[in-house]
Design a protein. Sequence first.
Length: 514
Amino acid sequence: MGKPQVGSIVGERAAWFWIGCAFISLGVLLHLPMLAMAHEMGNHLAGMPMDLEMYFGMAAIAVGAPLACLGALPKHRAPHGDHAGTSYEAPDSTPLNKWHAGVLLVLTFGLIIDVMKPATLGFVLPGMLVEYGVERSTVALLPLVALTGTTVGSFLWGWLADVYGRRVSILLSTILFVATSICGAMPAFEWNLVMCFLMGCSAGGMLPVIYTLLAEVMPPKHRSWVLVLVGGTGLVGGYLAASAAAHTFEPIFGWRALWLQGFPTGLLLLALAWLIPETPRFLAEQGRAAELEQMKVRFGLVPKARPARPPTDVPTPSGYRQITLALTIAALCWSFVNFGLLLWLPSDLQARGYSAAIASGILAKSSLLALPTIMVAAFFYARVSSKWTLVATILLTLVGLIGALVPTALLSWEPLLVSIIAMLIVGTNGTIAVLLPYTAENYPLGMRGRATGLVAGSSKFGGVAVQVAALAGFVPTLVGAAIALLVPTAASAGMIAWAGRETRGRSLRELEAE
């Protein structure tokens, strides 16, 4: 089919990609008649046999998804060509322009819909519990498989981003995102589990790749604050979008409609994908010179040979073991605090004698104190120190963990209790806002996607472990969880302080040279 045209979002097999997307779209649309029929009967589908249109729809998706994926992948892979030793980066003096703004808007939107999907879980579980008539322990399998999917997806798409390019990885994740929107049309709970796992895989894949790509196309002067601000906006925006959609659509169309949001939002992201650039060195290795020149003009990129490496051009992993271990431990600790300790807080507060209303009010007050966290973290990360901002947010979480050990008698004073909870929330929000940007800046191009995917996947693993423990009937006390997390949290802060590098305002080429 020849070489790709300038402006094409995929390679030589673009026709296959768009035909596959058409099949996927047709497949999703063929599920809508049964949903419309169910809407007239109280949005109830459980136990109903699938009609012929749904079978045809699933078949169309089964054909379209691999076809679109095959079309998105490059026809020829040349991992160690003549340009393997060349990196591209904009000079520090490069101003932000409309192409930078376009990338920021599209990737922020992608991050919002990426976060929105798993955030929707909390809103669909009550309706699913009633409609399927299953035990709570059975419904708890849904968040377990979803979080498992996001963990797997972070590893998988991070690896694909290093092998086949950043934009291709985002496209593949979006394709799966659109295809699994039929989760809302599944009559059987078991089918929901399968689709929810695949949906989690798609959602887990976009987060690390977005950070990786932004780190590579933004000028060093603006890279730090852009990474933190986009990541924080995406995370907050995703949860706000999920809650707004639940408030707007669930009372009318039921919980199933919330899953279908992946269809129009995913298609919109595909339509805007022409604004997403590819890694310039990847274009050079593929011989896509016209696209590379266009990108260099748009983003002010200049080539510069990197220090000589072994012939394979693969960075030696041993040189990154210390920082990788530190960042992975920090991500694991964050996941246990976020998916475990903070989720247990309402129950623990009630066990300490607070009513449900008062407990909710205390959490709300604490959350309000945490709202400016992202802006503050972005300021310190970009203007003061990236490394020490991350260390500070981890230490703030550590102080919150220590505060959780304060005797109940002392916590009866509400201002002290609100302050301790706020430190936990502020610390965790700040940590996740800067952890992945810092990871993306610390690794060379050849392993940046995989490293960021590893840390992103580790930040989900705690959720998987907590769900497994809950299904097994093991829910630790708040004090017990805090004690267990004290040492690894402190260790991660110390390891990052010792092995971490300052990345604020520094060229990625300069960091790779070290």
